[in-house]
Write a protein that binds this ligand. Structure first.
Ligand code: HAM
Length: 421
């Protein structure tokens, strides 16, 4: 049977003509994170399955339906990370990072895996820029994390994303809310999907983010959490709203946002793209996650993650990308000796920081110049027997056609002067 030369469904390749877009978005992520004092953390693509089951909650869609889980050769259950938050909490617990300076502020750029139905903006392998902040219970920290996500979008020049915020309370106030939800959903329980019938008993809030159309329709009239939150949670939420308003951050309170993961407490938020309605970034507070993973540790946390594929798609639609520049210099060669001369010269130019290319195909001079033009090279030099003998080269500016005579050994320095001009 012929080999199927296709990437698996829901995954994608980044081609050389597009990789600069990814590099730029990642660079903006790193710069924004650094400006808020977040440092990078890296962790494995897979973890033991229990981490995600315990961390994200075993009644969530992600855990129940979307995880890539398998037994490894040692018969341990392994899962490809569906997100970064539980892994980062594991990293901090394993390496004692909560014992260091607080608040602890970490960011990551990762691939993540969810077995979802592929559609616009939804992939089975996707990428996230995420940030997590530990150790502050103050609403000022919630504001800071929301502002980090917002600043990142601003830096990308995505100015029309809409910020939605909500509070989903604490385990205490959620008890009353769960009762209200049970009463509401019980009257329609026969119409709910099988998974949600089970959720009705174990965790009725998860019915609110079921993707089945019937469950969605039923959930649209369910009681709202904001009507049930306790005074402390309400104060926290009011203080966050005041802080955002003071900083001039525009937001909408959306009492229907509950987020699809169990670890959230109090603040939840999403930045959505008004055109597609898709969430570009989402996050919130999770004061119980660390204790869930290690009952001896009580440390609050919060964070967000943004989907890189979705951001790139918005930026492409807005025409925000400028194709990457070509090489600074193309060294064209005529004859064997010139190939060797250009090879050595190219190494010196690269060591000086110039993007430099030479002929690797044995092409004619005409074909080499055509190639340099297609690459969009800023300068070219043609090297033949005369240039090797005299050590004098003619540097041609490909934009305006001007020519400058330079000594071969001075080329890297002269190039600097000309490129900066
Ligand atoms: P999430 O809302 O599941 O949250 O994902 C965050 C972002 O990742 C989404 O807003 C979306 O842009 C992107 N995303 C999620 N699933 C897909 C997919 N299948 N295809 C493409 N993009 C996707 C979390 O993952 C939490 N860990 C965020 C967080 C960090 N909360 C606190 N700290």
């Amino acid at each position: 049977m012929a080999l199927e030369l296709k990437a698996p469904r829901g995954t994608g390749d980044v081609l050389p003509g597009d990789s600069y877009k990814w590099q730029w978005v990642e660079q903006m992520a790193r710069e924004t994170a650094a400006s808020f004092g977040f440092r990078e953390v890296r962790f494995p693509t897979f973890e033991y399955t229990e981490l995600f089951e315990r961390g994200m909650g075993d009644t969530t869609d992600v855990v129940q339906k979307e995880m890539y889980t398998f037994l490894d050769k040692g018969e341990r259950s392994i899962t490809l990370r569906p997100e970064g938050t539980a892994s980062v909490a594991r990293v901090c617990l394993e390496h004692g990072l909560f014992g260091g300076l607080l608040p602890l502020k970490l960011f990551y750029l990762i691939s993540a895996f969810r077995y979802e139905k592929p559609q616009a903006g939804r992939f089975r392998e996707f990428h996230q820029f995420g940030a997590e902040l530990y150790g502050s219970a103050s609403p000022v920290a919630d504001k800071e994390v929301i502002e980090l996500a917002g600043s990142f979008l601003q830096k990308l020049q995505i100015k029309d994303a809409v910020l939605h915020i909500n509070s989903i309370g604490c385990p205490e106030c959620r008890k009353t809310y769960h009762d209200a939800l049970r009463t509401y959903f019980e009257s329609r329980s026969v119409d709910l999907c099988g998974t949600c019938q089970d959720r009705l008993k174990r965790n009725p809030m998860r019915i609110l983010d079921c993707k089945s159309p019937v469950c969605k329709e039923i959930a649209s009239s369910a009681p709202l959490i904001l009507d049930y939150i306790c005074n402390d949670c309400r104060e926290h939420f009011e203080s966050l709203k005041q802080g955002l308003t003071q900083d001039g951050i525009v937001f909408q309170v959306d009492p229907r946002i509950v987020r699809g993961l169990d670890y959230y407490t109090r603040t939840v938020f999403e930045f959505t793209d008004p055109q597609s309605g898709l969430a570009l970034a989402g996050g919130g507070r999770y004061d119980g996650l660390v204790r869930e993973l290690d009952p001896k540790m009580q440390i609050c946390g919060l964070g967000f993650a943004a989907g890189i594929e979705r951001l790139i798609s918005v930026l492409e639609q807005n025409g925000k990308f400028v194709p990457s520049a070509g090489p600074d210099l193309y060294l064209a060669s005529m004859g064997e000796a010139a190939v060797r001369f250009c090879g050595a010269l190219a190494m010196r130019c690269r060591a000086a920081g110039w993007k430099t290319e030479t002929d690797l195909m044995g092409r004619s001079l005409k074909a080499q110049m055509k190639y340099a033009d297609k690459l969009n090279a800023a300068f070219t030099v043609v090297v033949g027997e005369d240039e090797i003998a005299s050590g004098m080269l003619v540097l041609r500016n490909m934009r305006d056609g001007t020519r400058t005579e330079v000594k071969a050994e001075e080329l890297p320095v002269r190039l600097k002067e000309l490129l900066v001009e």
